[in-house]
Ligand binder design. Structure first.
Ligand SMILES: *Cc1c(COP(=O)(O)O)cnc(C)c1O
Length: 395
C-alpha cells in the first residue's frame, strides 16, 4: 500500500492493487457482471439498501471490483474521497451539471469550456429551463460577483480553457460562488494531478480519463470526484438515476494506463515544453498558448496553483498567414495525426480558429490562425524536424 507521503509516481504504481487476493498476480482481474446473487432474501434487503455505500455490491450498474479499484485510484490522484466512473469524459461533465441544476436555475460557464459541454448547456439544459451565462474565463472575483444571481446554483470552471488555454483564478472564483451558496464544478482534464482541485475550493472535479490516464487512445472513460458525502450522494444518485455505467474492461485498461502515467506525463511535459519553446523562437509564430511558459498571460496563476503541465498547447501564427496556410502546414505533417482526443502516446495537431465557439470573448482576439498541438512519446528532434518542414508550407 502507498502512503500519503509517497510521491505521485509511487502512489500510482501501488494504489488499488489487489495484493495477494488476485491469486498472487500483480494486477486484479476484470470482473464482468449484471446480477449480484444474495445468500438469502434477508441479505438481499440489507445489501439492497446499501445503495451508494462504498464498494457495496448490489447490482452491476453500481459497479464491481474493477470499477471500485479505478474509483479509488482516481479519487487518490485528485485528492478527493469518492469517485464515480462513467462511460465518457463528456458524461462526467453532464452528470454533475444535471445533478445540481433544475428548472429555473442559473449556471455560469467559462467561454472557453470544452465544446460539447457548451452544446449540452445550450441544448438539453436550456430546454429544461436552466439558463447559462458564458463568462470570460479570466474574470476576477469582482466581475464574477456581478454575474451571480440569486438562482445561480453552479459555477462551472475549466482551467486552462479548451483550445485557448486561459487559466482561471479558481480559489478567488470559488470563494465568490460559495458565498452565495453555488457549487463549483471543474473540468480538470488538463490538470490531471498537477492541479489539486479540493485544495483550491472545487466541490466536484471532472476528468476525461480518455486522455492521459488511458494514455493509449484506445479507451473512453470519465470520472467525477467529490470530497464530501453530501456531494457524493447528489452526484452518484444522479448518475445511477440515468443509468450511467462503464465497461469493466475499459476500467481495467484505465488502471493499466495509470500505472505508467507518471513517467509518461513527466516525459510529455518536458517534450511539450521543448516543442513549445521551439515554436516561440520561430518568426512565423505570433504567440504560444502554454500556461507553463513565462509568456503566458496568467503564468503567475500556473506557478501558484499547478505543480506541472501536460503536453497540450496552442500555437498562434502571424496574422499575415491564412487559415488555409495553417491547414497546409498541418496536412503535410508526417508524425502528427489530425485528431481531437489528446493524452495518448502519439502526437496530434488540430485547427483552432474557425472551429471554436466564443460568445463572451473572441477567438479572433488570438490574433492569427491557431493550431492546437499534442506532443506524444516520439523523439522531439524528429517532431521538430517535421514541424520545421511544415513551416515551409505556411509561406
Ligand atoms: C476530451 C475532453 C472531454 C470529453 O472526454 P470524452 O471521453 O472524449 O467524452 C471533456 N473535457 C475535456 C477538457 C476534454 O478534453
Amino acid at each position: 500500500m502507498s502512503d500519503e507521503h509517497h510521491s505521485f509516481a509511487t502512489r500510482v504504481t501501488h494504489v488499488s492493487r489487489p495484493g495477494i487476493r488476485s491469486h498472487g498476480f500483480v494486477n486484479g482481474g476484470v470482473h464482468r457482471g449484471s446480477t449480484v446473487l444474495y445468500p438469502s432474501s434477508e441479505a438481499r434487503q440489507t445489501l439492497g439498501a446499501a445503495g451508494l455505500d462504498k464498494h457495496a455490491l448490489t447490482y452491476g450498474t453500481s459497479g464491481g471490483p474493477t470499477h471500485f479499484a479505478l474509483e479509488d485510484a482516481i479519487a487518490e490522484v485528485e485528492g478527493g474521497t469518492r469517485c464515480l466512473i462513467v462511460g465518457t469524459g463528456l458524461a462526467a461533465c453532464a452528470v454533475p451539471l444535471m445533478a445540481y441544476l433544475k428548472a429555473g436555475d442559473h449556471c455560469l460557464v467559462p467561454d472557453s469550456a470544452y465544446g460539447p459541454t457548451r452544446r449540452l448547456c445550450d441544448g438539453l439544459l436550456a430546454g429544461w429551463g436552466i439558463e447559462t451565462t458564458y463568462y470570460d474565463p479570466t474574470i476576477d472575483a469582482e466581475g464574477l460577483r456581478s454575474l451571480m444571481r440569486p438562482n445561480t446554483r453552479v459555477l462551472y470552471t475549466e482551467s486552462p480553457g479548451s483550445h485557448t488555454f486561459e487559466l482561471q483564478d479558481i480559489p478567488a472564483l470559488a470563494a465568490v460562488a460559495h458565498a452565495q451558496g453555488a457549487k463549483v464544478l471543474m473540468d480538470n482534464t488538463w490538470g490531471i494531478h498537477h492541479f489539486q482541485p479540493f485544495k483550491h475550493g472545487v466541490d466536484v472535479s471532472i476528468q476525461a480519463l480518455t486522455k492521459y490516464v488511458g494514455g493509449h487512445s484506445d479507451v473512453l472513460l470519465g470520472s467525477v470526484v467529490v470530497n464530501t458525502e453530501e456531494d457524493w450522494t447528489t452526484v452518484a444518485s444522479a448518475g445511477r438515476f440515468m443509468g450511467h455505467y462503464a465497461s469493466p474492461d475499459d476500467c481495467w485498461l484505465a488502471l493499466r494506463g495509470l500505472r505508467t502515467m507518471a513517467v509518461r506525463l513527466k516525459h510529455q511535459e518536458a517534450a511539450g515544453l521543448e516543442v513549445a519553446r521551439w515554436f516561440e523562437s520561430r518568426p512565423e509564430v505570433l504567440r504560444v498558448l502554454h500556461p507553463a511558459l513565462p509568456s503566458h498571460p496568467q503564468h503567475a496563476l500556473f506557478k501558484r496553483d499547478f505543480t506541472g503541465a501536460c503536453s497540450l498547447f496552442g500555437v498562434v501564427f502571424q496574422p499575415r498567414y491564412t487559415r488555409a496556410q495553417a491547414d497546409a502546414l498541418v496536412d503535410g505533417l508526417k508524425l502528427f495525426g489530425i485528431g481531437a482526443s489528446w493524452g495518448g502516446f502519439e502526437s496530434l495537431a488540430l485547427a483552432t480558429t474557425g472551429f471554436v465557439t466564443r460568445t463572451a470573448t473572441s477567438a479572433e482576439a488570438l490574433g492569427g490562425p491557431a493550431v492546437r498541438f499534442h506532443i506524444g512519446l516520439e523523439d522531439t528532434a524528429d517532431l521538430i524536424a517535421d514541424l520545421e518542414a511544415g513551416m515551409a508550407r505556411l509561406a
